[in-house]
Design a protein around this ligand. Structure first.
Ligand code: NAD
Length: 361
């Protein structure tokens, strides 16, 4: 009997429904090919939920997500929601979803596809072959540490405060995700910190070093964050898997992503200690092109591949989707955002057809 999975789909806003429709078709076809049975349940999040339910993350959406094996999200947000009070904004729904699912690890690959080498702003010889995975801690560090706020000093001067703090258990759980991720890749892990200045980073480095004993097959190195930023631009090929805290990871994952030059191509995964994980493109809801069949669905499709690999342990099906994306690019099919000379321009739906075709054949 086919392996059965329940997948929650959150199409969200803007181009979300268009790119999600492509990912759903791709999953259905790959399911047929590899004898995987998917039951899809759609739920509302972001602006779509605000419009229909008056709040960005209705309780039933979180419940539906919790009762599934994995959650595939497209994107949320739009200018019409920007003036709402903070607790009613689409982004608040996304943060609440991440918190509600206990997602503490964010995995963001930055892989240069040979067909899109020229999209990078760096020289071809620098970026060719780059294949990096940034594992960012997502629920701790300076974004959540207490105390925080703007206070008045004794002299009446205002003073802004945030606190960078990590407990041993927070470091250990992200460390384990990182070591296990590195094991699924080329077994090299670089931990990025600022241990020459910050005590919290010293503890981070001590714990990651201690964990390494449990993963003798993974080669561990450490790097200060300022050097890591420099090395990412100088010679990114030296990195395989990077693990770092929330703030450093926020910045470095964006820098690593931009090595590829094409935001419509980048997937991500957010994982907790148990299923379901959340899989979503890095890009937003692109309201400027929504409803025009212009969106690039490949980041969404590659997010579905990450879901198969990291959430459902179906690496062969994940490989198949990733290969199909490469084949489609090899056939010179492009959406507008990655279009260049002598290529064939496709809309979102037709790009989906091309991927489905590549998977079938
Ligand atoms: P964006 O990523 O939506 O768009 C930036 C630019 O990239 C736009 O020109 C857009 O057309 C283009 N683009 C993005 N994805 C594309 C795709 N798949 N195909 C082709 N072109 C694509 O970022 P933004 O404009 O800063 O934000 C728009 C809305 O999205 C905002 O409401 C923002 O809050 C929200 N947002 C949501 C998420 C998320 O859902 N995780 C992430 C970032 C931004």
């Amino acid at each position: 009997m086919a392996q059965q999975y329940t997948i929650t789909l959150l199409p969200g806003d803007g181009i979300g429904p268009e790119i999600m429709a492509v990912a759903r078709r791709v999953l259905e076809v790959v399911g047929q090919k590899f004898d995987l049975g998917f039951t899809f349940q759609e739920a509302l999040v972001g602006g779509a939920a605000i419009d229909q339910k008056g709040e960005p993350l209705p309780a039933e959406t979180l419940e539906t997500c919790k009762n599934s094996d994995a959650v595939l999200l497209a994107a949320i947000g739009g200018p019409q929601y920007d003036t709402l009070p903070r607790h009613l904004r689409p982004e608040t729904g996304l943060l609440a979803l991440r918190a509600g699912l206990g997602l503490f690890a964010n995995l963001r690959p930055a892989k240069i596809l040979p067909q899109l080498l020229d999209a990078s702003s760096l020289k071809r010889e620098v970026v060719e072959g780059v294949d990096i995975m940034v594992v960012r801690e997502l629920t701790g560090g300076i974004y959540f540490g207490q105390p925080r706020g703007v206070f008045e000093t004794e002299t009446g001067e205002k003073r802004g405060v945030n606190t960078m703090a990590y407990t041993v258990s927070e470091i250990d759980r992200i460390g384990r995700v990182a070591f296990e991720t590195a094991q699924k890749r080329s077994k090299r892990l670089c931990s990025v910190d600022k241990a020459n200045v910050l005590e919290v980073s010293q503890l981070w480095r001590d714990r990651i070093t201690a964990l390494a004993v449990e993963y003798p097959d993974v080669e561990l190195t450490h790097m200060y964050v300022d050097n890591a930023a420099m090395q990412l631009l100088r010679w990114p090929k030296q990195f395989d898997t990077i693990v770092t805290g929330n703030l450093f990871g926020d910045i470095l994952s964006d820098a690593a992503a931009m090595l590829t030059g094409s935001i419509g191509m980048l997937p991500s995964a957010s994982l907790g200690s148990a299923a379901p994980g959340l899989y979503e493109p890095v890009h937003g809801s692109a309201p400027d092109i929504a409803g025009q069949d212009k969106a690039n669905p490949l980041a969404q499709v590659l997010s579905a591949a990450m879901m198969l690999r990291y959430g459902l342990s179906q690496p062969t099906a994940a490989d198949c989707i990733e290969q199909a994306v490469l084949q489609v690019l090899d056939r010179n099919f492009r959406t507008a955002d990655i279009m260049s000379d002598n290529m064939t321009l496709l809309g979102c739906h037709a790009m989906g057809d091309a991927i489905v075709d590549a998977i079938r054949n």
